[in-house]
Design a protein. Sequence first.
Length: 608
Amino acid sequence: MPNHEMTPESIYPPIADYAMISDCHCSALISRAGSVDWCCMPRIDDDSCFGRLLDWNKGGFCAITPTAGNYVSTRCYVTGTMILETHFKTEDGEVRLFDFFAMDRNDAIHPRYDHVRIVDGISGEMELCIEVCPRFDYGEIIPYMNRHDSGAYTATGSNKGLIIQSEVALGVEKHHDLYATFRIGAGERRRLVIQFQYPELIDDTIAHGLPELADIDGFFERTKEWWQSWAGRMKPPFALDEQTVRSTITLKALTFERTGAIAAASTTSLPEWIGGTRNWDYRYSWIRDSVFTVRALHQLGYVAEADRFHQFIQRSSAGSGDEMQIMYGVDGKRRLTEIELDWLEGYKGSKPVRIGNRAAKQSQLDVYGELVEMAWEWHASGHESDRQYWSFLTDVIDTVCKQWMTKDHGIWEVRGEQRHYVHSKAMCWVAVERGAMLAKENGFSAPLEQWITARDDIRHAIDTEGYDAERGIFVQAFGSDYLDAAVLLLPRVGFVDYKDPRMMRTVDAICRELEVDGLLLRYNSPDGLPDREGMFLPCTFWLVNCLAHQGRRDEALKYYERAVSCANDIGLFSEEFDVEGEQMLGNFPQGLTHVSQIMARLALGGVE
């Protein structure tokens, strides 16, 4: 690919300008301008087909945009769905653009891989431009474009192919891009469908007949029905606000339906600070984040998601606790080699762009506790404990007994030296504590004496080495003076009561030392990485949870409202927030932020 000058930062839309659509297998990000600037098919963690989010010139896109420069754009999701509805208005007319991945109401496991774009004329008349400019393998491959007798176009290159159908006559530019302008009036409709297919199967797919574009409307109705049916099964303890419902649907959209895995986010390398190097690939399934998600969905009545994730982890880890990784590909893949894509300039010049994640090979001891805690909650909610899964959990708990005294990289995946992180140790305590409880209540065979000894030793270590007696607070790591918002999670698992004086003082210290403009930093310790990062939104929601359980409702509501204000206009959160520039940072939408918002809202109860 030829070199090009760096694109001005102002060209890139703010992260908040994007919306996600998903079929619970692949996903796309669409800007306010109606441009698909990020799309990975056939999996959420696959190579991009459209990717100018990470390089405006090389990445590729698919846009349907008014030709008039002074249009107004507003958007929303169709209620209870991941169908995006964008309204464009000019002096001459108004149109509505629908974007969605087609879903089959009877078979979500086997996706269609159809991205459907429907333009409806509402009033007057408007001229719009269609541009379809695919680039495969993260912008490195310009596909070959071919027109078929059916009128469809195909774009092929490497191991990817797209079939493009349009009711607007498209022309080919430079042999690899499609382009057209068209006018649409009130009551008229135009449809565009982009279907993923492997190149060797394209001819057979076309020969067997593509869907008539007029039948695409049926896709819309079936997709709407699928999402609204899923959302309709929600059983909250009280009436939920619109933001919490949207967060719940977003978590489902990050699920890889075929395996039950849950991706942490739909993007890679969106920076934690503009122009910085803290750019990571989050399109994988972290055990910790996924357990948080399963817990929240379970509390809202979604039981099947918990059972399927149990199965996913057991399959992916080969049923062995000491072979368990902290994350997997959404298809269960273990090897997630981190690579830097040096031909991409990165979002607003934030390099490097990375795919894969080296943290997959880190030691993060807390994930063991999260898994056993999830099994305990499954049992405590009245479900039968599976003896085969118990064999796997026994191996997990035995691994904890052997390893809890070692250092790890912690919940924040610090890439510097390992430490004795308090949160990690507390989750090791959870693993053996809950494991012993499960064994006793189910009559399962287990080395209980060994487990109970380890449990007591872990608690003693935390109480003496992870607690600053002079300040009366829990610290980040043994022998450290630094604070860490991760210790806000200790009461949730019962290691310490929310109203324990030690926890009350710890919360106050975190508010004093980690808060900036109503939001929390993750920690105040050096982490061995260059550049700054934004305020970490999940931590603020964890603070809300603590304050609510401590009876400090007014404070909790203040922090909750500040954190919720960081969502964009359609209720999507990024990972972090820049309080100086008032802009989203990090990968988007980020599941951990959404699940933390849900749990904070549930902790606040019915308070408005």
